[in-house]
Design a protein around this ligand. Structure first.
Ligand code: FAD
Ligand code: SF4
Length: 462
């Protein structure tokens, strides 16, 4: 693993609770940033730019750091990605920009994410405002959901002169950047600062409003020139096993959200924690439990290591945190007298491939056993918003496997007034913050072209 991926060494016995929840990757100093920037070959036709879903002009922003123009560097980043400070922290860079770096072959790609963070943090610290609200064009857009897709679309539209209102059901805007990304990767303040930047562009953000319940979709569609739906995905689904309502069984997303919004010393955790699932939510919940002080954390997954959906670097990170993995293990019952005392599991074997193309897990007869634990965290993915899908269907919006169907070149749905993006349209492949940001940009450009016409302004959104 390249040197700059190495996190701060975690020594629980030497660190206070607060220290354990500081950002794992320290910021680059001015000297380190300059040295790292000067390693860049500034490739013509740079492969890293193609690999970045938001097509940030990476060689240019790095060159500006190398020449001491950090403010200019931040502008270059934010011109392509208004949520550049979040993406700098959460992007799976090994799979994206850094994975494409020509120096990757020497096992030391340029630390693009950390340089991006260096520049965007500089702009945040100095409170630099790069963009203004555009000259009003008389068009109104409603956005449902204030996650990265919604915020990105709102910001780009505001720059183009649209009157934009975002409706968000949570108390705070920011979506999973605010409530879901583990605090030692992205502190909540970074996400909220980005929300403020979008508001400073003239976007109205109405929180605590669930569209479809507090405000009907009909109203938004009638009273606006376009609607962008960016509702992400829903809660963690039930496991449908006996005992799952026992005290001590927790929802993985709620557990993570608590660590972002509550004082750390008030968060309840078990001594022996069983996490069900092996995706990003599961890994995050597991590492949080360890850092809170859980003595033993077992991740339980019914398939094998090869089928895990979590990124490999996250898996390595969890191993480094002392998390144990039980593969080919299926929970069948939460056991306990009045509260969780254990998780009954059965061993699995891999059979023939299923619909997903992966080999299907098959129970091994008479192989049940109990994993002793006093806390169970379910982290087996997220539900789809079926209620919203049903409402949108009445306006002609179509679906693919429970996700909103869009033309991916415009993010327009089958109803020309309704656009959608982010996790709620991602029926195949990985979902990530930076992809949601790009979805918002694509929709903003298409909305501008549809309502105002093609022009230089919309063309500036790549
Ligand atoms: C635990 C976890 C960790 C992750 N870690 C990473 C990571 O490290 N790196 C990475 O790139 N990606 C990560 N992801 C994925 C990433 O967070 C998502 O892909 C991204 O947030 C999607 O953005 P979005 O705007 O589509 O949805 P969201 O961020 O989910 O935002 C949707 C918003 O819509 C709101 N909403 C929903 N319904 C309504 C309604 N009816 N009315 C009003 N508002 C509504 C929600 O409250 C929410 O605020 C992670 C995901 C999870 C769950
Ligand atoms: S937004 Fe993400 S993928 Fe794009 S350059 Fe920045 S860190 Fe890399």
């Amino acid at each position: 693993m390249a040197e700059h991926y190495k996190p701060v060494k975690y020594k629980a016995w030497e660190m206070s609770l607060e220290e354990r929840f500081q950002e794992v990757y320290p910021p680059l100093s001015e000297r380190d940033a300059t040295v790292e920037a000067n390693r860049c070959l500034f490739c013509y036709d740079a492969p890293c730019m193609d690999a970045c879903p938001t097509h940030i002009d990476i060689p240019t922003f790095i060159k500006k750091i190398a020449t001491g123009n950090v403010k200019g560097s931040a502008r270059t980043i934010l011109e392509s990605n208004l949520l550049g400070a979040t993406c700098a922290r959460v992007c799976p860079v090994q799979e994206l920009c850094e994975g494409a770096c020509v120096l990757e072959h020497d096992h030391k790609p340029i630390a693009i994410g950390r340089l991006q963070r260096y520049a965007t943090d500089y702009a945040i610290e100095k409170n630099i405002k790069f963009f203004e609200k555009g000259k009003p064009n008389g068009k109104k857009v409603a956005i449902v959901g204030a996650g990265p897709a919604g915020l990105s679309c709102a910001g780009e539209l505001a720059k183009l002169g649209f009157d934009v209102t975002i409706y968000e059901r949570q108390k705070l805007a920011g979506g999973l950047d605010t409530y879901g990304i583990v605090v030692f990767r992205e502190p909540i303040e970074v996400s909220l600062r980005e929300v403020k930047m979008i508001e400073e562009l003239g976007v109205t953000v109405k929180t605590g409003i669930t569209v479809g319940r507090d405000v009907p979709f009909e109203d938004l569609i009638e009273k606006n020139d376009a609607v962008f739906v960016a509702i992400g995905l829903g809660d963690v689904p039930n496991m449908e096993i006996p005992g799952e309502n026992l005290p001590g069984v927790h929802d993985g997303l709620e557990f993570i959200a608590e660590t972002k919004t509550q004082p750390l010393n008030t968060i309840k955790f078990g001594k022996r924690v069983a996490i069900i699932g092996a995706g990003n939510t599961a890994i995050d919940a597991a590492t949080i439990a360890r850092r809170l002080g859980a003595e033993r954390v077992n991740m339980i997954y019914r398939r094998s290591e090869a089928e895990m959906t979590a990124y490999h670097f996250e898996y390595e990170f969890a191993l480094g945190e002392g998390v144990s993995f039980m593969f080919l293990t299926q929970p069948i019952e939460v056991v306990g007298n009045g509260r969780v005392e254990g998780l009954k599991c059965i061993r699995m074997d891999l059979g023939a491939p299923d619909q997903s193309g992966r080999r299907a897990p098959v129970p091994v007869a008479n192989s049940e056993f109990i994993v002793e634990c006093d806390m169970v965290i379910k982290a087996i993915g997220q539900k789809k918003h079926t209620d919203v899908m049903q409402k949108l269907a009445t306006f002609g919006v179509q679906e693919t496997k429970g996700y909103i169907a869009v033309d991916t070149t415009t993010n327009r749905t089958a109803n020309p007034k309704i656009f959608a993006g982010g996790d709620c349209v991602r029926s195949i492949g990985e979902a990530s913050t930076v992809m949601a940001v790009q979805d918002g940009k694509i929709a903003a450009r298409a909305i501008h072209e549809q309502l105002v016409g093609k022009g230089e302004l919309a063309a500036s959104i790549s």
